[in-house]
Design a protein around this ligand. Structure first.
Ligand code: NBP
Length: 472
């Protein structure tokens, strides 16, 4: 076998599937993993009989690759990425290119791009979404770094990516850490949608007494609509229909109600707060996971804290309730996308990323976890107005908000009356109501700030900065 076109370091679940994808698309590959046993297992399993060669030292790895080398690192985000960069750098030559395909924090990527480029190496920080299946069959990829570095991998990533009607689900995102930033926001939106679907399930189960199959039927019907057709709605139906092989009952009811997280949702919210972007639906989803982890406390509080109970209010017959619940789900999903896109727009201006908003919507239409029919509408909205400040004021989305807001309000009110938490639904309602209110009560907040701290204020009836001696 001749020299490999492509090198992979890190044969975890993502790495092994991505290298099989590259090889299937005509890029002979060389693989290296810190623990030798994993390389041997891969070469005896999925890698057998393919244009893939193993390497057992970094020297052997670089020797087996054609130059300039294109090396994808798929290792745990954080210190492992720096460790691999430090270990391989002495073996690299000018023009060689490293790609970090893990979920790295975008500020780490900014630092690594600057360092590696100053050493005459290329460095791309590339978000990859799609899980193991997507990695194998075609993920959505979000590469950031210099344009020259992207050009060196374009033929590889455009073949590996998922394909939709208007092209591959990969594009040059922008400089520095922009690729990992866009992936972080993708994951923030994903947190939002997962929590939204969980709240809908909870209402159907607890208020309407529906069983797993009945709820799955609703998700199936939703998946046939333009507004909700998506990968996450599709897999929710599958999860709800899956039975515990031990007793044939719904498996989801056996799963502990504690959701994990690995950082990207937190980074989305922290960055949004730092940049002054409003992301309450995404924050509510993150906080939902935090609350879920407090299981022992919640179980204790259940018998101490009294409030409205399930059954105290009625959403009407299941048929009557499904319309408002769908309204709540649609508007909360729209809010998650609107908040994520707004954060991207603000970050693009702050960091000079020059993000192309329609292209980002385009590459999320296939391969990734938040792929949804709605992304075509998002792409159209930003094509019509690349500077659109908020998705909700695009005519198609404004019509959705105007038609569905009463349903969302009804669901939030009924949930409150039944004592059922619906954090993404209620924060979406407040988000929309705040956004559509021309005069908010922060005039009084400004008065208080000036009263206790002489922070001054502006007036609505004349220009200038004012201060009042309120306590005289
Ligand atoms: P893991 O995140 O579990 O990482 C496993 C790989 O990292 C193994 O090859 C392991 O080598 C290697 N590694 C570690 Br851990 N520390 C290392 C070090 N100090 N030096 C060298 N290698 C080291 O694998 P994954 O789930 O495939 O994820 C890879 C990346 O992709 C992560 O950043 C993840 O967040 C991201 N991602 C994952 C998914 C998903 O669905 N799993 C989706 C999208 C993105 P070893 O075999 O020697 O321990």
């Amino acid at each position: 076998m001749g020299k490999g076109h492509f090198g992979l370091i890190g044969l975890g679940v993502m790495g092994e599937n991505l290298v099989l994808n590259a090889e299937r698309n005509g890029f002979s590959s060389v693989v290296y993993n810190r623990t030798r046993q994993k390389t041997d297992e891969f070469m005896a399993g999925g890698g057998a009989g393919k244009q893939i060669q193993p390497a057992y030292s970094l020297q052997e790895f670089v020797d087996k690759l054609e130059r300039p080398r294109r090396i994808l690192m798929m290792v745990k985000a954080g210190g492992a990425v720096d460790a691999v960069i430090d270990q391989i750098s002495p073996y690299l030559e000018a023009g060689d290119l490293l790609i970090d395909g893990g979920n790295s924090e975008y500020k780490d990527t900014e630092r690594r791009v600057a360092k590696l480029e100053s050493q005459s190496f290329g460095f791309i920080g590339m978000g990859v979404s799609g899980g193991a299946k997507g990695a194998l069959e075609g993920p959505s990829m979000m590469p950031g770094g210099t344009k020259a570095s992207y050009d060196a991998i374009e033929s590889l990533v455009t073949k590996m990516a998922a394909q939709v009607e208007d092209g591959p689900c990969v594009t040059y995102i922008g400089p520095g850490g922009s690729g990992h930033f866009v992936k972080t926001v993708h994951n923030g939106i994903e947190y939002g949608i997962e929590q939204i679907l969980a709240e809908a399930y909870d209402l159907m189960k607890r208020v309407k007494g529906m069983n797993g199959e009945q709820i799955a039927d609703v998700f199936k019907a939703w998946n046939a609509t333009e507004e909700l057709n998506s990968y996450l709605v599709e897999i929710t139906e599958v999860c709800l229909r899956t039975k515990d092989p031990d007793d044939g009952t719904d498996l989801v009811e056996k799963i502990m109600d504690q959701a994990g997280q690995k950082g990207t949702g937190l980074w989305t919210v922290v960055t949004a707060l730092e940049m002054g972007a409003s992301v309450p639906t995404i924050y509510a989803a993150l906080n939902g996971r935090v609350m879920s982890s407090m299981k022992p406390q919640r179980q204790k509080a259940e018998s101490i804290l009294k409030g409205p109970a399930v059954g105290d209010a009625d959403l009407g017959s299941p048929a009557d309730a499904m319309g408002p619940i769908m309204d709540a789900v649609v508007l909360s999903c729209i809010a998650s996308y609107a908040q994520g896109m707004e954060l991207l727009r603000i970050a693009s201006a702050d960091n000079n990323y020059n993000l192309n908003m329609p292209s980002i919507a385009q590459i999320w239409k296939g391969g990734c976890i938040i792929r949804a029919k709605l992304l075509k509408r998002i792409q159209d909205a930003f094509n019509a107005d690349p500077q659109l400040p908020n998705l909700m004021i695009d005519p198609w989305f404004a019509d959705q908000v105007n038609r569905r807001l009463p349903g969302l309000a009804k669901v939030v009110a009924a949930s409150a009356a039944n004592g059922i938490p619906v954090p993404t639904f209620s924060s979406t309602l407040d988000y929309i109501n705040s956004y559509r209110t021309g005069r908010l009560p922060q005039n009084l907040v400004q008065a208080m700030r000036d009263c206790f701290g002489s922070h001054t204020y502006q007036r609505v009836d004349r220009d200038g900065t004012f201060h009042t001696e309120w306590l005289q």
